[in-house]
Design a protein around this ligand. Sequence first.
Ligand SMILES: Nc1ncnc2c1ncn2[C@@H]1O[C@H](COP(=O)(O)OP(=O)(O)OP(=O)(O)O)[C@@H](O)[C@H]1O
Length: 457
Amino acid sequence: MEIPIKTLWIQVLERLQLELSRPTFETWIKTASAERLENNCLVILTPNPFARNWLQKYYINTIARVVQDILGHPVEIYFTVAQGDEISFLNEGELTQAVPIPNNILENASKSKTITSELNYKYVFSRFVVGANNRMAHAASLAVAESPGREFNPLFLCGGVGLGKTHLMQAIGHYRRENYSDSKIFYVSCEQFTNDLITAIRNDNRQGFREHYRAADVLLVDDIQFIEGKESTQEEFFHTFNTLYEAGKQVIIASDRPPNQIPRLQERLCSRFSMGLIADIQAPDLETRMAILQKKAEYENIILPKDVIEYIALNYTSNIRELEGALIRAVAYISIWGLAMTVENLVPVLQPKTEKLPATPEAILSVVADALNVSIEDLKSNSRRREISWARQIGMYLMRQHTDLSLPRIGEVFGGKDHTTVIYSCDKITQLQESDRTLVQTLRQLSDRINMTSSQK
Ligand SMILES: Nc1ncnc2c1ncn2[C@@H]1O[C@H](COP(=O)(O)OP(=O)(O)OP(=O)(O)O)[C@@H](O)[C@H]1O
């Protein structure tokens, strides 16, 4: 029998109070409450959109784990906002991705999910800042939006992490929808395409899968690099691509590298990806980064002094997502502590990425344990269980990045390991990043959390 929701939430709070730092607990957790628990979905009420987005981004896994421990089975966590209690400097869901609860989520919780994703309403051409780094990709996207299925088919957008590929491809989708409302726009990540295929195979419904994807007028496929080595997905995608192409339908693909650098990609797919236009996006220059911040601030109704814009833009150079993250942190910090928006006030929260932050070993252990679902004791233990030694290696790498501790001292923090173990772990994680974008993203998120934990101290 389920325990009453109030009792559940009291227990969750008791557990989280012990696990999280005091400012984190007081600011984000204590202000939230459990609203409903139905069909293994727990809806958590938050005081404003900002708190909702913050919890969704940084604490959803922690809360889900604690709730699962208490109930003895997994639950899906959804965050919602108390009505009429908006934070003044934010519009609903503006600064980070909104996390709406579909009306029928509780009823449908046990049913299967829809096959393609929705477009993010913010990813439109008017919100995209054009600079030298993305001019060609932008022009090509606009051309494809106006005349799909013509000369740039497929359009292959490539560039490093967080540089605007998804934004541009979705802008094409929005443009078509706005101007041709009956146009069928399908946006899907490569991972989702694979999952849909697996589900179709499991349900013996491969035909349904094919009919669905081949009905698209414009097919947008994100992060295609993850198709590497997935033979069945490549096979299916090849046929989907051919069918759409021959019917004059537009295909747009985004990737963190050009087709010929995607390992274990079938030759025939590589050549098809290359037969339209490959448009790459580079890291933005200072002026473009400042213009992006300025535009974001305008959309969010935030007044940002010029020197603050310049300070952020100077310190976040290679990834626009990080640039936006810095703006979010700045606004949150200023708002929570009631400070003026000045460079001096922002220095503690916007440390340049290249500087080592004064993170404590305990904070790093706690962030890694929390994010990778192991305990701090596990990290310090001699256990060779795969997930524990993986978390330990990541922890050692991050400790090397974020502290000035010597290798032997890092070994000690992890329960008395030899310094050669630390070297091995750091080298391994460094090397893996060359081929594993997911790992790069995970490390970036963990670093952000470590920085945040440090700045909250
Ligand atoms: N030129 C730009 N103007 C305004 N915002 C931008 C621009 N480029 C990127 N952004 C913003 O930066 C964030 C990251 O962009 P996006 O998700 O499109 O990157 P990506 O290249 O697809 O990254 P990934 O490789 O991680 O999938 C988004 O919020 C996007 O709106």
